[in-house]
Write a protein that binds this ligand. Structure first.
Ligand SMILES: [Zn+2]
Length: 259
């Protein structure tokens, strides 16, 4: 059996159920490949791939197909992972290793992008004393509500990657102001830097907007909405007045700060 055939027969859903892993309603899992406090592993059933958004993860930065998933889960070689895949499929035929498999296209689209970024921002709260301190002052428990923190580092280090930067520019998380970094490289201005961040959701509970509230005491620059704002906090589906216009002011429809 060729790898392509294995991949076409072994679905990600089958693989997850084989390992008794159940994604939540947002198709996220507590990542089995690192010590994961919030579900960081996003599952993509359309492409049969998974991606871990934690920078603490050994798989971080790489989309995993079913074979990669087995490889990490079993901590084995690629050849052993292929054998295991066949075993899972319940077949014993010979494998021809195809070294040039068709690349799996990463999922794009604004909603997917916002969902991914929000996972990243939520994870960042755990490592940010200023964010925790700010939330505590506002009586917001980050373990109970969905809140993130934007340190403005989301396009740096291991995350620095052309696709991510282009998506951030397209959806407004990075702004091109013709800046040059000290290294001589092109630099971008992050949107909503040093802000806590909330997801605005539509009736399907998909993230359709992000709201940023500055943790700095700047009276003139406190509230920032990502461009093409829509959705509500904590979500239209959870809102008592369902006839509400989803584009109406965030503040009148569920302010997490309860002012
Ligand atoms: Zn992980």
């Amino acid at each position: 059996m060729e790898i392509a055939e294995i991949k076409s027969r072994l679905t990600l859903a089958n693989l997850l159920s084989y390992y008794s892993l159940k994604p939540d309603k947002n198709l996220r899992l507590h990542c089995p490949f690192h010590d994961d406090k919030t579900p960081s592993l996003q599952v993509y059933y359309k492409t049969h791939t998974a991606y871990c958004f934690s920078s603490n993860c050994k798989t971080h930065g790489k989309s995993m197909d079913v074979i990669d998933f087995i490889l990490h889960k079993e901590n084995c070689s690629k050849a052993a992972a292929i054998k295991k895949a066949i075993e899972i499929l319940g077949s014993g035929s010979t494998v021809i290793i195809n070294n040039n498999p068709a690349p799996v296209k990463p999922l794009v689209g604004r909603e997917q992008f916002l969902a991914n970024m929000f996972i990243y921002f939520r994870n960042a709260v755990h490592n940010s004393p200023p964010a925790k301190e700010y939330l505590q002052k506002r009586n917001l428990d980050f373990k109970k509500i969905e809140v993130g923190y934007n340190a403005g580092q989301f396009h740096h280090g291991a995350r620095k990657e052309e696709t991510l930067i282009n998506q951030c520019l397209e959806y407004g998380l990075l702004i091109d102001k013709n800046l040059t970094a000290r290294t001589g490289e092109k630099a971008y201005q992050p949107f909503g830097k040093w802000c806590v961040c909330f997801a605005l959701r539509n009736a399907q509970n998909h993230i359709t907007g992000l709201y940023f509230r500055s943790t700095l005491n700047n009276e003139n620059a406190k509230h920032f909405y990502l461009k093409e704002r829509s959705g509500l906090y904590p979500g239209l589906s959870q809102h008592p007045h369902k006839k509400i216009n989803p584009n109406r002011s965030y503040y009148r429809c569920g302010n997490p700060f309860k002012q």
